[in-house]
Design a protein around this ligand. Structure first.
Ligand code: ZN
Length: 206
């Protein structure tokens, strides 16, 4: 009986380890498809750079899928990208809403953003991928790649260079640059005002 018990326990341990490794690999492949940097993949999966390189060359380099690039080095850090125009601001705001829905961050009653994950792991990585994939479905002309989304997730949680402002017209929250003047207009209201002006111009010209 004792032997059988040990055998079952050993099998369960092996199964658990196998399931864990499979989840790591699945996440790595999912992140490589989004052209995440090796460093970002390593932080989430816990896999070594060497394993990530091997996965990339096994599944992508020799698969004829030349469109997948491998990005090296550090993630981009400038926050300007998220706020440089209403379109980018709207897309950054969509991502923050999706981070919140995916329980990656929590937004309190004062609109301050709190990270909910102490450090990246496999579950965190899958949730980030899900948020990013939903963002791609919502915006045809996506301005932010996966690394920018990763960067935004970290930046918004610091509540210093970026914060969530409130629109005076529709009460929506939106991503705002802490060092720029805030006209209390969310990107959606700003875009609809601009497009209104444009259509007025078109009708004037006719
Ligand atoms: Zn608004």
């Amino acid at each position: 009986m004792v032997i059988i018990y040990h055998k079952e326990q050993k099998m369960r341990l092996t199964d658990d380890r196998y399931a864990g490794e499979r989840s790591q690999f699945e996440l790595a492949l999912r992140m490589i498809r989004h052209e995440a940097r090796t460093r970002t993949i390593r932080e989430c999966t816990g896999l070594s750079d060497d394993r990530i390189r091997k996965l990339y060359s096994t599944y992508f380099r020799n698969s004829g899928r030349a469109e997948i690039k491998r990005r090296r080095g550090k993630s981009p850090r400038q926050v300007q990208r998220f706020v440089k125009n209403p379109q980018n601001k709207l897309q950054a705001t969509t991502l923050v809403a999706l981070f919140c829905a995916g329980l990656l961050v929590r937004i309190d009653k004062n609109n301050r953003v709190h990270p909910r994950w102490p450090r990246p792991d496999v579950e965190f990585g899958h949730r980030l991928c899900r948020a990013y994939e939903t963002y791609l479905l919502l915006h045809d002309n996506a301005k932010l790649n996966f690394e920018w989304a990763w960067n935004l997730l970290h930046c918004i949680g610091y509540n210093d260079e970026l914060y969530l402002a409130v629109c005076a017209q529709c009460n929506a929250r939106y991503v705002q640059d802490a060092y720029a003047l805030d006209n209390r207009t969310c990107p959606t209201c700003e875009i609809s005002t601009t497009s209104g002006t444009l259509s007025a111009r078109v009708s004037d010209a006719q």
